[in-house]
Design a protein around this ligand. Structure first.
Ligand code: SF4
Length: 374
């Protein structure tokens, strides 16, 4: 493989914590999270949504626990979920105690907001007794009043000071299994705060541009904010916040990681915007392929180009390539080499079969290599 130093991302060294059985930080892969939006008290609806997120590849899922009905349902949800559950708690320390007992892998709670010293101690004891980690979640929209007064408005210094205050409380109680987020809906503010915090602490950082917006605008904003930080080497776990379905957040999260070459999952599609030269309808073909290839988890690449202008060049760099030709007859490339033709009508089914076969081949090769290494 050729050396490409211009692609290297040097990751900030953080210490590792566990969220259930998923490591976060250190040399663990950057994980993708989302949050359910069903009433947590409706265990069935929440579990169904978690399943859809699991299919999309989610690593960790957060559920809100605003009331006792939610923490009661949490037991069932934790049992049914294949990925660790983070219980999202605001202010009510009793919910934190109940969530820890219900099997939450992590509590999202800001210790400075829990209240008395005794309550803080109780929550930390419950987290320790149940093997829960804690995520401190500072948010520009809910900064402490004294910090707003001190700084006049949410700014990087204020977010970082808030985070450090919460961190100190955990450290004072000899609790170190925590990660921290300093989110803002303004990506400039969030990025500056994360950069500052990254210099001051060694705990894992949970990245997010909060309330980023709808699917398209929020995706762009998140890609800029989260993407810049990851590119700087900052970030151990990410959550894309969109006014869209949680499984879409997961897909966007993976696309950000894929685009940076940080983590690969499923098919990376290289496709052209299409123009008058296209030999087939590129846009519709890519839409259908993306839909039909969602079940592929194996990292691989597929190029879909409308004609020979850029088709052969892109196909050389991908596992499977298709380049539009004349009279509804298109060239298929396997491992960068021209292999055979396919007709318009059969093209999508044919590519899906090729991708599935390639994924099975890659998986089998990996399994053999692992056996040989044992
Ligand atoms: S690859 Fe061909 S069809 Fe696609 S945009 Fe370029 S020139 Fe147009």
């Amino acid at each position: 493989m050729s050396v490409r130093p211009w692609r290297d991302i040097i990751r900030r060294k953080s210490r590792q914590i566990m969220v259930g059985d998923v490591p976060v930080g250190g040399d663990a892969p950057v994980t993708v999270q989302t949050m359910t939006n069903t009433p947590t008290s409706d265990a069935k609806a929440t579990i169904d949504q978690i399943r859809r997120c699991e299919e999309a590849g989610v690593d960790i899922i957060r559920v809100s626990c605003p009331d006792v009905e939610s923490t009661t349902a949490l037991k069932q949800i934790v049992r049914a979920s294949r990925v660790p559950i983070v219980a999202d708690i605001h202010f009510h320390y009793k919910r934190a105690l109940e969530a820890a007992d219900a099997g939450a892998a992590c509590l999202r709670i800001n210790p400075g907001n829990i209240g008395s010293e005794q309550r803080v101690q109780e929550v930390i004891n419950a987290a320790k007794a149940n093997g829960c980690s804690i995520r401190i979640g500072v948010n520009a929209g809910s900064l402490e009043k004294d910090l707003l007064e001190k700084y006049g408005e949410p700014c990087p210094d204020a977010l970082v000071e808030s985070a450090m205050d919460h961190i100190r409380i955990l450290q004072d109680h000899d609790f170190h299994e925590f990660k921290v987020a300093v989110k803002a809906s303004d990506q400039f503010l969030a990025v500056a705060a994360y950069q500052q915090l990254a210099e001051m602490v060694d705990c894992p950082l949970h990245l997010g541009i909060t309330e980023a917006g709808g699917f398209v605008a929020g995706t762009v904003k998140s890609a800029i904010g989260i993407g810049s930080l990851l590119w700087f080497g900052i970030g151990d776990t990410i959550r894309v916040s969109l006014s869209a379905e949680p499984e879409d957040e997961v897909r966007v999260g993976f696309e950000i990681l894929k685009a940076l070459g940080i983590r690969n999952r499923g098919v990376r599609v290289v496709s052209c915007p299409s123009c008058a030269r296209q030999g087939f309808d590129v846009i519709r073909t890519v839409q259908k392929l993306e839909e039909r290839l969602q079940h592929i988890r194996t990292p691989m690449s597929l190029s879909v180009l409308g004609c020979v202008v850029n088709g052969p060049g892109e196909a050389r760099e991908t596992d499977i390539g298709i380049t539009g030709g004349g009279a509804g007859k298109h060239m298929v490339y396997l491992s960068g080499v021209t292999d055979h033709h396919v007709q318009d009508a059969d093209m999508i089914d044919h590519i899906v079969k090729l991708v599935e076969a390639k994924a099975a081949e890659i998986d089998a090769g990996e399994a053999t290599a692992m056996e040989a290494a044992e």
